[in-house]
Unconditional design. Structure first.
Length: 94
C-alpha cells in the first residue's frame, strides 16, 4: 500500500509525463500545420503545387526536430541537477 507521500510523488510523475507529451505534441503539430498552410497558400498563389507545401512540411520537420532536441536537453539538465542535489544531500548527511 502506498502512503500519501508516495502517492503524491506518483501523481506528480504522471502529470509531469502528461504535460511533457502535451507540450511535445504542440512542438510538432504547430509548425507542421502552420508551414503546410502557408506552403499551400503560396502554391495556390503562384500555381507551383506541391512545391511550397513540401518545403513547408520539411521545414516544419527541421524546426520541430530542433525544438524537441532543445526540450530534451532542458529535461536532461534538470534531471542531472536533481541527481547532483540528491548526492550532495547524501554526502552532507554522512
Amino acid at each position: 500500500m502506498l502512503n500519501s507521500t508516495e502517492l503524491n510523488n506518483q501523481r506528480k510523475t504522471w502529470f509531469s509525463a502528461l504535460g511533457l507529451a502535451w507540450e511535445l505534441g504542440y512542438i510538432i503539430a504547430i509548425p507542421v500545420v502552420g508551414l503546410a498552410l502557408i506552403g499551400r497558400w503560396v502554391d495556390k498563389s503562384f500555381n507551383t503545387s506541391p512545391l511550397f507545401l513540401l518545403i513547408g512540411v520539411f521545414g516544419a520537420m527541421v524546426i520541430s526536430g530542433v525544438l524537441v532536441v532543445a526540450k530534451t536537453k532542458i529535461i536532461v539538465n534538470s534531471q542531472n541537477e536533481a541527481e547532483s542535489k540528491k548526492i550532495l544531500n547524501i554526502d552532507n548527511k554522512l
